[in-house]
Design a protein around this ligand. Structure first.
Ligand code: GLU
Ligand code: ZN
Length: 305
């Protein structure tokens, strides 16, 4: 099996030092293992993706000395694949339509009996409102609505995955685990090695995440899982901010019959005040350093590579 890593930016703004670190880290790892470094453009959010940002990604990464095979995978060209996976999950009874907006969710989650709203990888953990009012949203339980956001029923999904997580396949798996993955780097609290989780943990810390967003027909979580599998990625290298979301990805891999790669979550590049860099942090845009005559070697030492 070829050792494969990837860098998967969204063309919604300039790449900054944090992206440079992630891309070079994944690239160096592949090179050191005689493997391959792949690029993927995560442009499912059509309202925010721009072709000039995509072009700048290619320019910046080239300037950093990175090389990758072409053609590059672009998520906007893979909507049919995402649609098919949604069909599969729908047929298993694991999705339901949700018409809540942010405000509805905030109000429902802060109802007195719910206690303080808890946050998961996608914000407030969904309180399950629409799971209990199916019939009001669609008259027909059999055909999947295409224009309404769809959520994963995480409890049902965890039950299903538990059946797939067989002691015969994974000998020392405790009975209560739903799935697990191997962390070669570290989560934000130093989590490393074999990471496993139970159905209860998924329900209380993740909740019913959206897998098909309005006007997208997919979501980051669904697409990333399908694309990593399609690109035969063996080592997913990315920032620690995505460590928690990995449990959703591993669950989806189990449900969709896809392999689970190894994960390497790295530390985030922070500014002088210790805050992580954001997309709008244009002061640290790679293009700006490039224009200022900074060298690639300088960038490497700035991020500690
Ligand atoms: N498109 C995602 C981002 O820019 C990358 C997610 C990933 O590496 O899995 O944050
Ligand atoms: Zn809802």
């Amino acid at each position: 099996m070829i050792f494969r890593t990837r860098f998967a930016p969204s063309p919604t703004g300039p790449l900054h030092l944090g992206h440079a670190y992630s891309a070079m880290f994944a690239h160096d790892l592949a090179v050191s293992e005689n493997g391959q470094f792949l690029l993927r453009i995560e442009d499912i959010d059509r309202s925010r993706s721009r072709s000039h940002w995509e072009q700048q990604i290619y320019d910046d990464l080239n300037w950093l000395g990175l090389r990758w095979p072409v053609p590059v995978m672009r998520q906007s060209e893979r909507l049919a694949v995402y649609d098919k996976a949604l069909d599969t999950l729908w047929e298993q009874g694991l999705l339901y339509p949700c018409t809540c907006n942010r405000r509805d969710i905030a109000v429902a989650a802060s109802a007195p009996q719910e206690g303080a709203p808890l946050h998961g990888p996608d914000g407030i953990i969904y309180p399950g409102t629409c799971r209990r009012r199916w019939e009001q949203i669609c008259s027909d339980r059999y055909s999947r609505p295409k224009d309404i956001p769809l959520r994963l029923d995480i409890a049902a999904a965890a039950r299903q995955a538990q059946g797939l997580f067989h002691p015969a396949v994974i000998p020392d798996a405790p009975n209560s685990s739903v799935a697990r993955f191997q962390e070669l780097g570290q989560g934000p609290d130093g989590e490393t090695g074999i990471i496993q989780f139970t159905a209860e943990e998924l329900e209380s810390t993740i909740g019913d995440v959206v897998l098909s967003r309005r006007n997208m027909g997919t979501s980051y979580h669904l697409s990333v899982v399908l694309d990593d599998a399609a690109q035969k990625i063996t080592h997913v290298v990315r920032g620690q901010d995505l460590f928690e979301a990995t449990r959703i990805h591993v669950l989806l891999q189990a449900l969709l019959g896809l392999p689970t790669p190894l994960y390497y979550h790295h530390q985030l590049v922070r500014d002088e005040a210790g805050k992580r860099l954001a997309k709008r942090d244009d002061a640290r845009a790679i293009a700006k350093y490039r224009a200022d005559g900074v060298t690639t070697a300088d960038v490497r030492s700035m991020v500690g590579l």
